[in-house]
Design a protein around this ligand. Structure first.
Ligand code: RIB
Length: 325
């Protein structure tokens, strides 16, 4: 499909690590409001925009802008939103051959309400994302030479499971962001290389209370014992806890004025994935993720707010991580 005004600003060099992202593609309908309306309240919004989003698409863009070579697998409808989302990915140099166009289903849409504080509230209408299908042969071909398969939970869980199975057979590492949260089938655990969860997801998956850094470390250790090689619990303004066989560390967040928190987690994840694929240490990869997320939070929109590698490398460096007991 021709890509109007294709720029491929972030096309990867020949030695770039390859990442395959299987996930959702949404057109984000973003409404800026002074505050979220209460039940029965009507208020004037400040603006409305249609911006490319979806956790899968955002994470693919996050990987591409950090210099990864990226293949996107997903599904859009045969409509203007679907065309716009594919074109947006292609402009970032992402291979969209694995994005299927479903003839009779509309492209996924996310209604995103952003308050002046930068906090958001999101409702997703999955549309074509619910029609994502993993063809094992195609996935096997797509995974050849890939450092990571990146997965989230905005596409059907059985297809996520199937993709993990194929990745295991192909010897490709899996980075899972189980968002929006659902219980993880037992078979998933041993197949996860890197698990990235927020506080709420850590609490639900571990069954332990998670309120703050110390709790997050206890939950991260519990999650690590289920099979993953690495676990990250992201804590918003409190940074992140990273856990692996060497123990648990706390990474502080950078102080930024929040304009829009949408896609901050996806930006963190894409940066983490590419950095690990490049051979950075786990802690260095988490730090780069925190720097990228801080830049994202200071800008509006999902994909438009995701920074390039040069921007991340020029950004402030957070303090060194602290070992947790
Ligand atoms: O993670 C942010 C994304 O969640 C938004 O872009 C929206 O599409 C929803 O999927």
């Amino acid at each position: 499909m021709p890509v109007p005004d294709a720029v491929n600003r972030f096309s990867a060099p020949a030695d770039a690590p390859l990442l395959v992202v299987l996930g959702s593609l949404n057109m984000d309908v973003v409404v800026r409001v002074p505050h979220a309306p209460a039940a029965g309240e009507t208020l004037h919004g400040r603006s409305i925009d249609h911006l490319p989003g979806g956790k899968g698409g955002n994470q693919a863009v996050g990987c591409a802008r950090q210099g990864g070579a990226v293949r996107m697998l997903g599904c859009v409808g045969a409509d203007a939103h679907g065309t716009a989302l594919r074109d947006a990915l292609a402009r970032d140099g992402i291979d969209t051959d694995g994005v299927r166009v479903a003839p009779a289903t509309p492209t996924g849409v996310a209604l995103v309400m952003v308050e002046d504080s930068g906090q958001n509230r999101i409702v997703v209408i999955p549309g074509a994302n619910a029609a994502v299908q993993v063809a094992p042969d195609v996935l096997r071909t797509q995974l050849a030479g890939a450092a990571f398969l990146v997965l989230q939970f905005e596409t059907p869980l059985d297809q996520v499971g199937l993709a993990m199975e194929v990745a295991a057979q192909a010897g490709c590492k899996v980075l899972l962001n189980p968002s929006p949260m659902q219980a993880l089938p037992e078979a998933f655990w041993p197949r996860i290389d890197t698990l990235v969860v927020n506080e709420l997801e850590a609490q639900m998956l571990s069954g332990l209370p998670v309120a703050g850094i110390a709790d997050a470390a206890v939950a991260a250790r519990a999650l690590l014992s289920r099979g993953p090689v690495r676990v990250v619990v992201t804590l918003g303004g409190e940074g992140a806890v990273a856990a692996d066989a060497d123990g648990c560390r706390h990474h502080a967040a950078l102080r930024v004025k929040a304009v829009d928190t949408t896609a901050a987690g996806d930006t963190f994840l894409g940066t983490l994935a590419v950095s690990l694929a490049r051979g950075e240490t786990f802690d260095a990869a988490v730090q780069l993720g925190i720097r990228a997320a801080a830049l994202c939070i200071g800008r509006p929109g999902a994909q438009p707010s995701i920074p390039s590698r040069d921007e991340v490398l020029a950004s402030p460096v957070p303090p060194a991580p602290l070992a947790l007991p």
